[in-house]
Design a protein around this ligand. Structure first.
Ligand code: HEM
Ligand code: FPP
Length: 333
């Protein structure tokens, strides 16, 4: 059954905001204000707050590393002066990043409201659950996205504004529709996903240089095992929704081999910050230990009979690894 057929078979209920059981009473907020609060919470959930928070953290990491790099004079003599970026510019960079990621996520939810209805994980989102109208979500996503680019382009610098526009357009107009057509959507989606730490870098330096590009590369490589693991333990849902993922196209073993291959590339790339002068021996130790553990978990998955439990562990490990690697990079010693 195609997605279109499945979506057609889904109950067609005209948009009516669904009342939640908790709206019945027993709360300090006046009953007239409760639907408004619920509506606001649904609007916020369109932005995928947890992912947005972590994406913003990678951007702040890029900003932090870039400031230290310039202050150390590694970008050349003139760079030391450039390191004194006004705090207002840094605040605008954070605001613009949160706006562009939130806008991109809301537009992604608008486009995927039919397939989101077909997956357990996403069916209670505000659009498939019909708690918000698609038009409102569309205009909300457009408004956030449209506000974000001038904030970054004018308030920060042109490089950061252009990079954010590339991330926004590639995520919404290329990655999102391609999820239904090809497994190559994953490396394509990993491009916008890897841009935020680079936004942090360029918001301080104004240019893309080797360490900024390496931040992009590490983030790009991290996303492949992150999502391949998810696609392994959620493959039934992706099949139901008609979305193309590697385990469904090439099988579990090939997917596990891809995870190991990308983990190897990730670990090697992560140590390259050291020869670039961005980080020292403490970071090197952390990158080798964390990378070794993550890679080891990946290799363990090549054994016969490894199932969804291992894939969930890889997904969880991907989160812990990223947070700790960025923390070590920010310490930088
Ligand atoms: C191609 C790129 C990516 C894809 C396809 C992807 C996909 C997903 C999916 C499907 C989930 C839900 C997993 C589940 O609960 O079963 C998820 C969770 C998550 N992802 Fe990613 N992701 C990508 C990149 C990123 C990036 C760049 C970040 C942040 C730096 C990120 C951070 C997270 C976080 C924090 C969660 C947990 C969210 C929650 O608890 O709701 N992801 N990802
Ligand atoms: C600066 C900028 C605009 C960057 C893009 C930000 C961003 C949302 C990065 C995460 C990358 C990504 C492909 C997430 C999964 O989306 P999904 O559609 O596969 O997730 P879902 O199935 O939960 O909807």
């Amino acid at each position: 059954m195609s997605v279109e057929q499945a979506a057609e078979r889904a109950p067609v209920v005209p948009y009516v905001r669904q009342a939640e059981p908790s709206e019945g009473g027993g709360c300090a907020v006046p009953s007239s204000a409760r639907p408004l609060l619920k509506g606001a919470a649904d609007l916020v959930s369109l932005t995928k707050p947890r992912i947005t928070r972590m994406v913003a953290a990678t951007m702040l990491g890029g900003m932090w590393v870039a400031s230290r790099y310039l202050r150390a004079g590694l970008g050349g003599e003139a760079a030391i002066e450039r390191a004194a970026v006004p705090p207002a510019q840094l605040a605008l960079a954070l605001l613009g990043t949160v706006l562009v990621v939130s806008g991109a996520n809301a537009l992604n939810m608008y486009i995927e409201r039919d397939t989101d209805l077909l997956m357990e994980r996403t069916r209670s989102r505000p659009l498939p659950a019909r708690r918000l109208s698609p038009e409102l979500a569309l205009w909300f996503g457009i408004a956030l996205s449209a506000a974000s680019i001038p904030v970054l382009f004018i308030g920060v610098n042109a490089t950061t504004g252009v990079l954010a526009a590339v991330a926004l357009l590639s995520y919404v107009l290329v990655y999102t529709p391609l999820k239904r057509r090809t497994t190559l959507s994953l490396p394509i989606g990993a491009i916008p996903g890897a841009i935020p730490p680079l936004l942090g870098w360029t918001s301080v330096t104004g240019q893309i240089d080797a360490p900024g590009f390496l931040l992009f590369a590490v983030m790009f490589l991290w996303q492949i095992p992150h999502f391949l693991a998810i696609s392994l333990f959620r493959q039934d849902e992706y099949q139901r929704a008609g979305l193309k993922v590697l385990p469904l196209e090439k099988g579990d073993l090939t997917t596990r081999r891809h995870i190991v291959g990308y983990l190897a590339l990730l670990v090697v790339s992560s140590v390259l910050f050291v020869p670039l002068g961005v980080a020292g021996p403490v970071y090197l130790g952390a990158a080798v230990l964390l990378g070794g553990a993550f890679f080891g978990l990946g290799v363990y998955g090549l054994r016969a009979g490894t199932g969804a439990r291992w894939a969930r562990q890889v997904f969880f490990a991907s989160m812990v690894y990223l947070v700790l690697l960025f923390a070590a990079l920010m310490i930088g010693a």
